[in-house]
Design a protein around this ligand. Structure first.
Ligand SMILES: [Zn+2]
Length: 459
């Protein structure tokens, strides 16, 4: 029977009691009824039930290098020296290794409360920089990994053409990323039927303003609009101070200001990072309806800077979270890091609340589901009819949570569980994927991940 009962569930309008949920054979919710009785034969969630959290920014292969770049290589180590190490890693990757790492990662994501992922996919070609016989080879490796794990997918093939503002030629280390605009549009055409068949959403990611010249940006957006006028569009923007300085030197404008003046930014867009904006950019970008794609643990790991969340939300800006480089893979930890950054910046507590919701963890979970769903371009916007039946059920017997009420259990999950993971079960599209905190294929996924990483480090 496609139904589940929860004594406590987090609905879009807040916590509700005695919620009965039903869904159809496609995994779409058809019924969400609070104050219901549990019909005989319908299972009951072990603990508080949350909507599944979309992970709006991922480069799956980078999970394979997590922990490997935590040493000083230069007097002032930075994003840019990390990037050199990432390039060396990306240059060796085979399709089988990418699938192994991605499968391991997606299983980890499910166990950590992420029920879908936006894959910002930029390693396209063979190691020598030439296209594979099947130009979509590496994209398909990611699609298979997502399907095997049972995680929802928004696939975002990345357009990457130049190594800097003003059309600087790409470096040899970038040869696997480079595509002409017509080649990108053909790739999207090739992938579309397979994405549809898998229930995945296909979008596009112009990598950044330093990697896509203005003319190519205009052309690829027009081409995308002709294929799918509502497709999600993600772009890295204003992540690093150097990127802002380079953009000003090139155009006289800061990156977000330039983008807003030269591209049709609207609610289809996800501005990934958007760390360095001035007050005018915060106001204007929020007003477009675009989602701010925040990746707090990666932004901390790479020394990017801190996004000013209250400035964004005061302009009614929408936001979600991603784990990006996967230095850490945990939905709750992204929210904790985001809130703690704001606390450290402002020397205040309990910053990321909303007018309607003073509970920080509850407010953040709801906002991140809302923004993550929008950025994913899929029906993932929480526990409401028409949305997908993606659930995370907390473990009420875990010592950190036991005996607390439902909002406090979520607070403890986000702020007090540390590296323990008080998650009982995870459902995607109405199918149970994680039970007792463990994915059915956890051992197999971990072994494949370790094997792929070992090969990459020894080849
Ligand atoms: Zn990224």
């Amino acid at each position: 029977m496609n139904a589940l009962f929860a004594a406590n569930a987090l609905l879009p309008e807040g916590w509700a009691k005695d919620v009965l949920m039903g869904w159809d054979t496609q995994g779409r919710l058809t019924q969400v009824q609070a104050g219901a009785a549990r019909p005989e034969g319908v299972a009951q969630a072990a603990g508080p039930l949350l909507p599944g959290l979309p992970n709006l920014h991922s480069h799956a292969f980078q999970r394979g290098m997590a922990g490997l770049t935590e040493y000083r290589a230069e007097a002032e180590d930075s994003f840019w020296s990390w990037r050199e190490l990432m390039y060396r890693f990306a240059l060796r990757l085979t399709p089988a290794q990418l699938e192994g790492i991605a499968f391991g990662l997606y299983v980890e994501m499910l166990e950590a409360g992420f029920t879908s992922v936006c894959e910002f996919h930029y390693v396209h070609h063979d190691t020598d920089g030439r296209p594979y016989a099947d130009d979509a080879e590496l994209a398909r490796a990611l699609m298979r990994a997502a399907q095997r794990a049972g995680i929802g997918l928004t696939l975002l093939p990345v357009l990457y053409q130049t190594s800097g503002f003003g059309g600087t030629a790409p470096s040899p280390g970038q040869r696997r990323f480079i595509r002409r605009t017509d080649s990108m549009l053909r790739l999207l055409d090739t992938l579309r039927p397979d994405c549809d068949a898998q229930g995945a959403r296909l979008g596009l990611a112009p990598h950044s303003l330093r990697a896509v010249p203005p003319e190519a940006l205009r052309e690829v957006l027009e081409g995308l609009r002709a294929q799918d006028a509502t497709a999600p569009i993600h772009i890295h923007i204003a992540e690093q101070v150097k990127e802002v300085a380079d953009c000003i030197a090139w155009s006289g404008q800061r990156p977000v200001a330039w983008l807003l003046d030269h591209a049709p930014v609207d609610a289809r867009w996800c501005l990934v990072h958007a760390t360095h904006m001035d007050a005018d950019e915060y106001r204007r970008a929020a007003a477009t309806g675009a989602v701010a794609g925040l990746c707090p643990t990666t932004e901390a790991n790479l020394g990017d800077g801190i996004f000013d969340l209250p400035q964004w939300t005061s302009g009614r800006g929408t936001w979600g979270v991603g784990s990006d480089s996967h230095a850490c893979v945990d939905a709750a930890e992204e929210l904790q890091m985001l809130e703690y950054g704001q606390r450290l910046l402002r020397r205040q507590r309990n910053v990321a609340t909303t007018a309607a919701q003073p509970q920080v963890a509850t407010a953040m979970w709801g906002e991140a589901v809302h923004g993550g769903a929008q950025a994913s371009g899929r029906a993932l916007a929480g526990l409401a009819p028409g949305q997908q039946a993606d659930f995370v059920v907390l473990d009420p017997a875990h010592p950190v949570l036991a005996g607390l009420d439902a909002p406090a259990m979520l607070s403890a999950h986000v702020f007090a569980a540390g590296r323990q993971r008080p998650i009982d079960s995870v459902w995607v599209a109405g199918r149970l994927r994680v039970q007792g905190g463990r994915h059915a294929q956890q051992a197999q996924a971990a072994a494949g991940f370790v094997q792929a990483r070992r090969q990459l480090l020894t080849d």
